[in-house]
Design a binder for this molecule. Structure first.
Ligand SMILES: C[S@@+](CC[C@H](N)C(=O)[O-])C[C@H]1O[C@@H](n2cnc3c(N)ncnc32)[C@H](O)[C@@H]1O
Length: 396
């Protein structure tokens, strides 16, 4: 086993061999990211931020938590005034990365008033133990102040009992996906196999499962998405987000009254499932470089794919969520006071030009349409007890 180490780490080769030499792309992505010892997130070797493998909005700029904090504050005020004052309100973050967002959010709310935090519990839902350790380190100071921050699994919440706000920033793009590939006039499930001589990984095919076939049919009848598109060429491949619906369903079951904010890379179906987009959207990130060969560096880089706007909204609405709106991150941040914030930086760092410029640059990257500014913000809600018309400045 001495060929290039780029794509054949022993732990993965052994795992695939034990499973018969071929696994689905879904399993490959799941193992690469979430294996508790060797996975990129599972092991906690993930490095976010401008010195790490890739940036996310909260790891790039503290201003992200400031803006989302403003939106969460607005929602908290409305929830608190609409329900009994003795009812606990939860602010839940899925997939909290290195804890930057949760830390920034709590600091923002503390800066408004201690009252703002009264009756509020902060919860992180993070399946990867390696990431939980990073989050606990980052939040140590706030935990020491006695702020109510818990780490829980979704299963630990009672059914239909949750009142609160749920946020998932760049989490759905990290959920494993199936990949569908078109060959010799037929659809297949993309697979990953080991070459028996070199032990290198290569793309392979397996038959489409009944469940996958059914969900492709449903996308056609409900949303008019044709897989493959009519003029697709041999080898056309795309992602299929099989976990979103189950994730939304479990969450919906727990919420009694709440708001869900999903922020992610997203593409409209009419751009996603075209013949021209012949290899979907999946890429990997390492050392700030985007790589198209997603079989390189398994366990040592991020793997990410765009969600499909229409299928995500359809999945959420089918389950029962109300879709309140969708906007681009750039527009959301403008509505939440980007211009004032830029002016504020200028004033705050009057004597420290280089810091002012760094803050300004990071802030502008959050809204740059070629970068994080094109991220989509999806707002959903579920109000079981009473119908509420919630104001959301981010959607204005
Ligand atoms: C791309 S990182 C985003 C981190 C953070 N939200 C941010 O924006 O900086 C993806 C995060 O989602 C977590 N994650 C992966 N699968 C998850 C799941 N099924 N539920 C919740 N979090 C998950 C990862 O461990 C990681 O913390």
């Amino acid at each position: 086993m001495n060929s290039l180490p780029v794509n054949n780490p022993d732990w993965l080769v052994n795992k695939i061999t034990k499973m018969g030499g071929t696994i689905s792309f879904y399993d490959y992505m799941d193992f690469s990211l979430n294996d508790p010892i060797n996975g990129y997130y599972g092991s906690g070797k993930t490095e976010l931020g401008s010195q790490g493998d890739f940036v996310t909005s909260p790891s790039l700029s503290d201003d992200f938590a400031f803006f989302v904090g403003k939106q969460i504050e607005e929602w908290l005020i409305q929830l608190k005034s609409s329900f009994f004052s003795n009812q606990k309100i939860s602010v839940i973050e899925f997939g909290a990365g290195d804890g930057s967002f949760m830390s920034g959010l709590i600091k923002y709310l503390l800066g408004i008033s201690n009252e703002c935090l009264e009756g509020v519990t902060f919860v992180i839902i993070e399946p990867n133990k390696g990431m939980v350790e990073k989050q606990k380190n980052k939040l140590e100071e706030l935990l020491n102040l006695g702020i109510d921050i818990l780490w829980k699994s979704l299963e630990e919440f009672e059914e239909n009992n949750l009142i609160g706000i749920v946020i998932a920033n760049e989490v759905l793009d990290a959920l494993p996906v199936e990949r569908i590939t078109f060959s010799k006039g037929k659809l297949f499930r993309q697979a990953v196999s080991i070459d028996k001589r070199s032990y290198k990984l290569f793309f392979d095919k397996m038959p489409i499962t009944g469940a996958l076939g059914k969900s492709i049919e449903l996308a056609k009848s409900e949303l008019g998405i044709t897989i493959p598109p009519e003029d697709a060429l041999e080898g056309w491949t795309t992602e299929w987000h099989v976990d979103n619906s189950e994730w939304l369903k479990k969450l919906y079951g727990k919420i009694n009254n709440g708001i869900l904010l999903i922020i992610d890379y997203a593409k409209a179906a009419k751009k996603y499932y075209t013949a021209k987009n012949s290899n979907g959207t999946i890429v990997s990130y390492k050392n700030q470089k985007m790589m198209n060969n997603v079989l390189d560096f398994p366990g040592n880089c991020d793997l990410t794919s765009h969600v499909c706007i229409e299928t995500l909204i359809n999945d959420a609405e089918t389950i029962g969520f109300n879709s309140i709106g969708i906007t681009k991150q750039g527009e959301a941040l403008l509505a939440l006071g980007l211009a004032e914030r830029l002016y504020g930086i200028q004033k705050e760092f009057k004597e420290d030009l280089s810091n002012a410029l760094l803050r300004r640059e990071a802030l502008l990257r959050l809204v740059d349409p070629r970068c994080l500014g094109d991220f989509k913000w999806f707002v959903f809600n579920k109000f079981k007890e009473k119908k509420l018309n919630i104001n959301s400045t981010c959607l204005r």
